[in-house]
Design a protein around this ligand. Structure first.
Ligand code: PLP
Length: 381
């Protein structure tokens, strides 16, 4: 299998698997237990918290809240902040290209009487900071714009938006799930109060993630129970998962530069090859300000499912974009927001490279696209 769907998930880095192993076996204690096994589990969780905090430049480990993944961290950011701070105002700004883990909580809040403004994006999928400024009202309490888009790979101007939010005293959240490990992610650069991470996108285990919560930012907990994670996320901690996530975060931070150089090399070689074999193909997203590992194409007249199935038959794994959009007939909300007509949006394929890929894979992939194109677009006799 040639895997080119690293934005969906990544395999476990063996160095991560190694540190997790003891906590899946002999060191199985509950961090809340008073005995030695419990204390050791607690120390392991706290070590991981420090690793995650350092990897994003947080001021202290207490600013990290472990969750079950990016989805829960996004839900906690939006719902937790809005519900806790509603006496200050009931208006939220989010980009129209956010993940559903942001958009669906916003829809829920609208039903609870909040006003949500969905910020438009330009044809590259970028929010214009001026749009943010224009949309602010005295009621605005929260702005959420992702660091990088999971479908088209566009990097958002989060530094400018963060500065604007700070200037107006508004909480800024950014979903850095896709960006972390590929580009520089430092909470101070983004002037953010909340930031979402997910472990399984950075060669860590699935089912674990974190929300960075800047000191002095107050959230309502969505889970009620034993009061773990400083009362913000009740439930016995996924110790092995958290230990793995800590290690994966440390590696993502230490290695993001060589990783991003490797990915960029593959991506640019692939884009060049597609331009040769399929000149009508349209690269979506920003030509430069994009994730190093992402090449998202529209292949006119070839429905996404046909290209994906054709590649799957050749043992190549790619997807259309977001997991929710693939397999459904609705074109993706991201492409729609970018002004791409529905017919063309149904011809989208997302190629996301990872550390397991080589330049040889790029050739294999481009040749497969070429063969599928010739087969599907051949004039009928
Ligand atoms: N946010 C973004 C931008 C994502 O790409 C994803 C996963 O696809 C998520 C959030 C959800 O993360 P998780 O799978 O850890 O729940």
């Amino acid at each position: 299998m040639l895997y080119v769907d690293y934005a969906a998930t990544t395999p476990l880095d063996p160095r991560v698997g190694e540190v997790m192993k003891p906590y899946e076996e002999a060191q199985f204690g509950n961090p809340s237990s008073p005995h030695r096994l419990g204390r050791e589990a607690k120390s392991a969780v706290e070590r991981a918290r420090s690793q995650v905090a350092t990897s994003i430049g947080a001021s202290s480990p207490e600013e990290i809240v472990f969750t079950s993944g990016g989805t829960e961290a996004d839900n906690l950011a939006i719902l937790g902040y809005a519900l806790e701070n509603q006496e200050k105002g009931k208006h939220i700004l989010v980009s129209s290209v956010e993940h559903h883990a942001i958009l669906h909580p916003c829809e829920f809040l609208q039903k609870q009487g909040f006003k949500v403004t969905y910020l438009p994006v330009n044809s590259y999928g970028q929010v214009e900071p001026d749009e943010v400024k224009k949309s602010l009202t005295p009621e605005t309490i929260l702005i959420s714009v992702m660091t990088a888009n999971n479908e088209v790979g566009t990097l958002e101007p989060v530094m400018e938006i963060g500065r604007l939010a700070e200037e107006y005293g508004i909480c800024f959240h950014t979903d850095a799930v896709q960006a972390f490990g590929q580009v520089r992610v430092r909470v101070k650069d983004f002037s953010c109060s909340l930031l979402t991470l997910s472990s399984h996108k950075i060669y860590g285990p699935k089912g674990v993630g974190a929300l960075y919560v800047r000191k002095g930012t107050y959230l309502r907990s969505l889970l009620m129970g034993g009061g773990q994670e400083r009362n913000l996320r009740s439930g016995t901690e996924n110790v092995a998962g958290i230990v793995g996530f800590g290690m994966a975060s440390q590696l993502a931070f230490q290695e993001y530069l060589p990783r991003s150089e490797h990915l960029k090399r593959l991506r640019d070689a692939f884009i060049a090859r597609i331009r040769e074999v399929f000149p009508e193909a349209i690269l979506t997203g920003h030509p430069e300000h994009r994730l190093p590992g992402n090449a998202h194409f529209l292949f006119p007249d070839i429905p996404s499912e046909s290209m994906i199935a054709g590649l799957d038959l050749e043992g190549i794994a790619v997807s259309a974009g977001s997991a929710c959009a693939s397999g459904s007939l609705e074109p993706s909300h991201v492409l729609k927001a970018m002004g791409i007509p529905a017919k063309l949006a149904r011809c989208a394929v997302r190629f996301t490279f990872g550390m397991g890929n080589t330049l040889q894979d790029v050739d294999t992939l481009a040749s497969a696209v070429d063969r599928i194109k010739s087969r599907l677009l051949a004039p009928s006799a």
